[in-house]
Design a protein around this ligand. Structure first.
Ligand SMILES: CCCCCCCC/C=C\CCCCCCCC(=O)N[C@@H](COP(=O)(O)O)[C@H](O)/C=C/CCCCCCCCCCCCC
Length: 216
């Protein structure tokens, strides 16, 4: 009989991002949410120092799940249908100077996860291509500074910097992916990272086309 814990590995999660995409390039939100839940499982395994990050992701996933379970659920099947619905019906706050009317819009919520996906892509690519003795805190903060940092307050950036010091070594990280040796993890990343890259690129293009990359 299969053991769900030992069967769970980072390859399964990264490949699940492939299932987010239809042949027509639609990004399916149910699969997107499921893929993110898999990432949260890994984050939780890294220790309590990361729980403030995990809580933020979980709260965003809950917003998306409640939209998927709402009477408007059919508009939240894919990223494309969600953007069309929320943009078409003016259900998004566009101006950061006005009082927020739609703090839980799907677009602003997915945008936060979308930016974090870019961080993940850069961080895992850094792990894959770096030498054995590379410092994970440096890989992680380089990826963070190139992506999420620009959108975070000073206090969040400080908390994140402290959390990075608690990261395990590169070898431990690669083995925690649960796909075998460090070498096998590196190989797996080379095969599976393009799946999150595809989802990121399609989402980025969609958000850019609708001027949604800077939602407050
Ligand atoms: C063997 C393990 C393989 C690696 C698995 C990694 C799994 C990673 C899972 C999640 C990644 C982090 C997701 C961060 C989402 C951040 C969303 C965000 O930007 N939220 C901010 C803005 O939201 P609003 O306030 O506008 O609603 C929010 O203010 C910030 C909250 C605090 C947390 C932000 C920290 C982001 C740090 C990213 C590095 C994570 C390091 C994880 C260690 C691998």
């Amino acid at each position: 009989m299969s053991d769900p814990e030992s069967d769970f590995n980072l390859k399964v999660v990264l490949v699940s991002f492939k299932q987010c995409l239809t042949e027509e390039g639609q990004v399916l939100l149910d699969h997107y949410i499921t893929s993110w839940k898999g990432l949260v499982r890994f984050l939780n395994n890294l220790g309590a120092v990361f729980s403030f990050i995990s809580k933020d992701v979980v709260s965003k996933l809950q917003i998306m799940e409640s939209l998927r379970n709402s009477p408007q659920c059919e508009h939240y099947t894919s990223l494309q249908s969600m953007v069309a619905y929320e943009v078409g019906n003016k259900l998004i706050d566009l101006d950061r100077r006005s009082r927020p009317r739609y703090p839980n819009s799907g677009c602003r919520t997915v945008l936060r996860l979308h930016r974090a996906l870019r961080w993940l892509q850069l961080f895992l690519e850094g792990l894959r291509t770096s030498p054995e003795d590379a410092r994970t805190s440096t890989l992680c903060s380089d990826a963070y500074n190139a992506t999420l940092a620009a959108y975070h307050s000073w206090i969040v950036r400080q908390a994140v910097t402290v959390a990075f010091c608690a990261l395990p070594t590169r070898k431990v990280f690669l083995e925690a992916m649960n796909v075998g040796s460090s070498e096998q993890s590196v190989e797996m990343l080379g095969e599976a990272l393009p799946f999150i890259e595809n989802v990121y690129d399609i989402s980025q293009k969609l958000f850019a086309e609708h001027s949604l990359l800077d939602l407050p």
